[in-house]
Design a protein around this ligand. Structure first.
Ligand code: GDP
Ligand code: MN
Length: 392
């Protein structure tokens, strides 16, 4: 789960990571009174959407004129912001962050995430702040610093010194070395205490008066840990999430929307991944990842159909079930029942394997439903790709 910048900064403040004074604003009137209260030489008005690249897209406005703040709020609220991370449709701006501006002497990059190889939390840092870190990694990989933290020991002072020295901070600005090391320790506590999946500050700035401050903030959370953190759950913004993914969550389906046109209904995450691969191999693109789980029932199958058919990109459905815990004839009954409730308007290919597969296939063949039954994964993938036409 992702949160907005202003929420990330609230968490930073709770854990002692320095942030500018700021407030969430949703109307020009609130902007005016907050600007009066802030009373600072420079005001920054920032669009709050779950996507980066706002600066370049016109989502960050800077003014020295207090009286200009309400106008900037009015200009940004309701605007659709298209950044390189939003996709071509963009995102509607509903909330803003109005904060005090900082005089920037140097922009750095710092993040903390889980390293997939070691399984340890790892700090990533760079002197190239304010830029896309992926670009820095692609063109100047030597400018990316990594420091893995042994979770059994936790963050130690030497971890912080390793990062500070590798960045060349003592030569750059000696006054920020100690605060920087403390800040990394605080980020580590935030990351562990809140079960974060990623914490990122880009840019982390050294100000012209030699202070360190997080000018931007991004935090994402491991959904499996959310039940422990009601405060974080309250930060969820459903406007920023895909409506089909929200609906799937209610039925406890594991659904991720993708851009292709073959809807997939599969049991088990591994088989779902293999199904997406085989669709690509057969020359098309999956419209989604959908794991209906080991205990798929008639209800989950029906909910899955409803969600798949609500996606206008779906031109065909591929059901791929391996009967292990769940028996294939039950799934077949589920498909038949679901098809009575939900009108299926696109071609359907069903591949059943495992326990009672023969019985399941027979039920489907005799159901009178317009569908094709396949035994083999490759055969099934080719069938559905043929029925839907190649991806554009
Ligand atoms: P992003 O583009 O979505 O990553 O949004 P950021 O919060 O990183 O803002 C983009 C850029 O706006 C930053 O890299 C800064 O250069 C600039 N910016 C943001 N806040 C301030 C500020 O307080 N003062 C100044 N001078 N520039 C700022
Ligand atoms: Mn940024």
């Amino acid at each position: 789960m992702n949160v907005h910048e202003f929420q990330a900064k609230q968490l930073f403040a709770q854990f002692g990571v320095p942030v500018p004074r700021g407030k969430e604003i949703t109307s020009p009137e609130a902007g005016a009174s907050w600007a009066a209260e802030l009373n600072t030489p420079v005001f920054v008005v920032k669009a709050q959407i779950h996507a980066g690249g706002r600066g370049k897209a016109g989502g960050v406005k800077i003014t020295k004129d207090k009286a200009a703040v309400p106008g900037l709020v009015k200009e940004l609220i309701g605007k659709t912001l298209i950044t390189h991370q939003t996709g071509p449709k963009g995102r509607e701006v509903r909330r803003l962050l109005v904060e005090e501006g900082a005089g920037i002497a140097k922009e750095l990059y710092v993040s903390l995430l889980v390293d997939r190889d070691s399984g340890w939390p790892v700090f990533i840092a760079s002197t190239e702040g304010g830029m896309e870190i992926e670009e820095v990694a692609a063109h100047t990989p030597e400018k990316i610093i990594r420091e893995a933290i042994d979770p059994a020991v936790g963050f130690q002072g030497y971890n912080g010194r390793n990062v500070a020295f590798a960045l060349g901070l003592p030569a750059m600005e000696p006054a920020v070395v100690t605060p920087f090391i403390q800040m990394l320790g605080n980020l580590y506590r935030l990351f562990m205490d809140k079960n974060a999946a990623m914490v990122e500050i880009n840019p982390l700035v050294i100000t012209s008066d030699k202070k360190l401050i997080a000018l931007d903030g991004k935090v994402s959370f491991d959904a499996n840990g959310l039940f422990r953190h009601p405060d974080v759950q309250q930060m969820r913004d459903l406007n920023e999430e895909d409506p089909l993914e929200i609906e799937a969550g209610k039925s406890e389906l594991n659904y991720v929307k993708l851009d292709g046109n073959i809807g997939c209904m599969v049991n088990g995450a591994g088989l779902a991944m293999a199904t997406m691969d085989v669709i690509k191999l057969a020359g098309s693109e999956p419209a989604n990842f959908l794991d209906v789980g080991g205990g798929a029932t008639k209800e989950t199958v029906a909910a899955g159909f409803r969600i798949l058919l609500k996606d206008p990109n779906v031109k065909g459905i591929f059901i791929n079930i391996f009967g292990g815990i769940v028996r294939c004839e039950r799934i077949a009954h589920g498909v038949i029942e679901a098809a009575k409730e939900v009108k299926i308007t696109v071609p359907l290919v069903v591949r059943l394997q495992g326990t009672n597969a023969d019985e399941g296939r027979k039920l489907l063949a005799e159901s009178g439903l317009k569908l094709e039954v396949a035994n083999d994964l490759w055969e099934a993938a080719q069938k559905i790709v043929k029925l839907t036409g190649k991806a554009a």
